[in-house]
Design a protein around this ligand. Sequence first.
Ligand code: NBP
Length: 477
Amino acid sequence: TTAQIGVTGLAVMGRNLARNFARNGYTVALHNRTAARTRELVDRFGDEGDFVPTETAKEFVAALERPRRLVVMVKAGDPTDAVIKEFAPLLEPGDMIIDGGNAHFADTRRREKQLREQGIHFVGAGISGGEEGALNGPSIMPGGSEESYASLGPMLAKISAKAKDGAPCVTHVGPDGAGHFVKMTHNGIEYADMQLIGEAYQLLRDVAGYSAAQIADVFRTWNTGRLDSYLIEITAEVLSHVDEATGKPFVDVVLDQAEQKGTGRWTVQIALDLGVPVSGIAEAVFARSVSGHTALREASRHLAGPTARKLGEEEAAAFADQVEQALYASKIVSYTQGFHEMAAGSAEYDWNIDLGKVAAIWRGGCIIRAAFLDRITRAYEAQPQLPSLLSDKSFAEEIAAAQDDWRDVIATAARQGVPTPAFAATLAYYDSLRAERLPAALTQGQRDYFGAHTYRRTDRDGVFHTLWGGDKTEVDS
Ligand code: NBP
C-alpha cells in the first residue's frame, strides 16, 4: 500500500494529527524516532483507519505516494533540523516536508531556502488547537510555495476545524515563513487575551469582592455576548472547578506562577525588531515573568499600597458591567496591535498576507477562536488596506461607547492598588494614537541637545540642529 501522507513524530500532537488524517479516509504512513510510539498508536487506534507503520526512515519514505507528503511533528528547534537531515537525502524534487511544530519563522525561512535548492517544498505550517484540535480539527496556517498548497490544501481543508459557516479553518498564508509568523502572532494575541481575562478576574475578586463561583457566572454571562469565545468559556469552567482534596475553588489552590514556552516572547522580540508597538502582548509576557519572580515578590509584600474599599452589592454588579466594557475595549486594541505586527511582517518579507483571511481561519479550532473574529474579517474585506483595526468605523464606535467605563475601571484599579498592566497599556496606546501632540517633540529636543541628533520642524521642511552649547541659533543640518 502507498500512503497519501506520512507523519513522523508521534507524541500527542503527531499522533492525533495522524489519527485525524486516517479518520478522514487517508492512508497514513507512521514513523517515530522511538519505534515503540508507532506500535502503540497502531495497537490503540489502528482500527480508526488505514495506517502504514514503519520503523526506518527508508521504509517511511518508500511507503509514500509521489510526490511525497511528510508531516514532521517533532519538538521544535534542533530536532526539526535532525529530522530534515535524516529525510532530505531520501527525497526527490517535488516532494513536500510539512513542519507542523511551533518553529520560529526565521528557522522556517532558512529551511525552506535550503530545501528549495534540492527541489523539495518545505511548508512551515502553524497548527493551533492543542491535542484536542489536532484530533478533531485544528486551525492550520501553512506557508510555503503555491505549488505545495495546491497539493496539500484539499487534505488540510478536510482535517481542519470548520467555522460556523462551514468554511475550513485553513488558508495559504504566504511564502516561506509566513505561516509560522502568523502562528507566532496568534499565540502572542492569545497571551494578551489570557492576561486581560486574568486582570478582569482579579478586579472582580479584589474590587467587587466576588467568589470564584460568582466570577464564573459573570464569565458565563459574558460568553453569551460580544465576548463569546473559547477562552472566556474555559475561564468559567476553570473558575467553577472545585479542588477535590481541599474543597476549595481550584483556582485558589494553584500556585500563581505562569509559565511560558516562548511564542509570546518571540512575538514581542520580533515586534521590537519591526518597530511595531505591541504593548498589550508585551505586558502579558511581562506579567508571566513577574509572577515567576518569587523572591522579588516575597521581598515586596510589605510595600505600601492604598486601603482597599469594599463595594456594596449593587456597586459590585455595576462595576462588573464596567469591567466587561474594559475587557472588550482592551481586546480590540490588543488585536489591533497583533494585526499590525502581521501587516509589518508581511511587508518586510513580501508575504502579501491577507489579514481578513487570517482572522477567518482563526474562527474555529484555535485557542483564540471567537465570534469577534468575524468582525475583523469583515473590516478587512470592506477595506483591504485598512491601516489599523482602530480605523474600522464599527470598532472605533464600540470603543467610543466603552471608553468611559474602560477609563473608570483602570482608574479604580490604580486607586485600589490592583495591577492591570494590559488594560492600562492598551488604553495608553489608544490615547497615544489619538493625541494631537506627543511628547516626542521634547524627546527630539533632548536628543538634539545631548547628541546633536537633529530634528524636523512642524512649519517648514528640512533637518535642523540648535547650537545648544553656544548662542542657541538654529542651523540647517
Ligand atoms: P514534543 O514537542 O514533546 O516532541 C516529542 C516528539 O519529538 C517525539 O516524537 C520525539 O521522538 C521527537 N523528537 C525529539 Br524530542 N527529538 C528528536 C530528534 N532529534 N529526532 C527525531 N525526533 C525527535 O511533542 P508534541 O507536544 O506532540 O509537539 C509537537 C510539536 O507541535 C512541537 O513543535 C510543539 O511545539 C507543537 N505544538 C504543540 C501543541 C501542544 O498543544 N502540545 C500545540 C501546537 C503545536 P521520541 O518519541 O523518539 O522521543
